[in-house]
Design a protein around this ligand. Structure first.
Ligand SMILES: [Zn+2]
Length: 307
């Protein structure tokens, strides 16, 4: 999954859970901005009937609503810090949404990971003179995948932005969805933006960009050590710390099931049928569809760890 395939991989994550899939008709909705806490907002949508960004000639209508990565907006008296910027064509709309809640200018744009539905707007943001900050692996992935807008400022483990008396932390807690997943922490508001480490759906593992189902568990346990109560996930409704706590044993269960399939020498073409996800609440969602594309690599990772 190189180049265009890698981009396609990242473009189909969506907000939907099994609840929404059971609805008969799904109505596309425009982008919107919602308050999370005082001085913190989330920009969600647009919710499209096709991936990745509207119903174009090559897009897939799978009957599910697809949402570009969710954007966090932190307002301070000296300017705004924004997390992620969706697809490039979404940037003007994102900037309008920010303007609708504050007259302060955007000073910094922080990236959660390199996928195009989250940071496809980086080039547009840099062109507007806003500085982009990201983990070194995110920058490496952006360059490897020939995406626009590699950040000019990178860090290895942790970075902080201080603005208007507010600290916003960028924390690298280990591999999971990719090898660059960065948790953005708003300590005074006890809130994190988790990128796609935690979404309102099943986790997706991008093996071509350093993702790991086995490391994912450790990374989520590291996340749980942080003092927060609300999660802005990469996609979907706001979650709580308890939602993250519940995510971990599900992932462990899935990993154990995959280990059983490896032990029983189930062939790769049978994996999708044999890996049970229904009781975890993870079957039949958009992220399930995305997850299944890398199920062979998931098998390989688990098999290698058993040797
Ligand atoms: Zn992603």
């Amino acid at each position: 999954m190189r180049g265009s395939l890698a981009v396609a991989f990242v473009a189909v994550l969506a907000v939907l859970t099994v609840h929404a899939v059971t609805q008969q008709k799904l109505t596309p909705e425009p982008m919107r901005i919602d308050k999370v806490k005082d001085n913190l907002y989330v920009v969600r949508g647009p919710f499209n009937a096709c991936a990745p960004n509207g119903c174009g000639a090559n897009s897939v209508d799978d009957g599910l609503l697809h949402e570009a990565g969710d954007v966090a907006v932190r307002v301070t008296p000296d300017g705004v810090i924004v997390v992620d910027d969706k697809f490039a064509p979404n940037v003007p709309d994102v900037l309008e949404k920010v303007k609708s809640i504050t007259t302060q200018p955007i000073k910094y744009l922080l990236n959660t990971h390199h996928h195009t539905d989250h940071i496809g707007g980086n080039g547009e943001i840099l062109n507007r003179g806003i500085e982009v900050i990201a983990h070194r692996n995110i920058r490496d992935n952006i360059i490897k995948n020939k995406q626009p807008g590699p950040p000019r400022i990178v860090f290895n483990d942790q970075a902080s932005v201080y603005l208007g008396g507010v600290e916003v932390q960028m924390m690298y807690l280990g591999r999971g969805h990719t090898n660059g997943d960065t948790v953005i922490y708003f300590p005074d508001l006890r809130t994190v933006h988790s990128g796609d480490l935690v979404i309102d759906g099943m986790p997706v593992i991008d093996y071509n960009n350093g993702g790991s189902a086995l490391e994912f568990v450790k990374t989520l346990n590291n996340l749980l050590k942080i003092d927060f109560d609300i999660v802005i996930p990469g996609h979907g409704r706001l979650l709580t710390k308890d939602d993250v706590r519940a995510y971990v044993p599900k992932l462990e269960t899935m990993n154990k099931r995959m280990a059983e399939l490896v032990k029983n020498r189930v062939t790769k073409d049978q994996l999708e049928k044999q890996l049970t996800l229904d009781d975890l609440g993870w079957a039949h969602t958009v992220s399930t569809l995305t997850f299944m594309r890398s199920i062979g690599q998931y098998y390989d990772e688990v098999a290698a760890a058993m040797k």
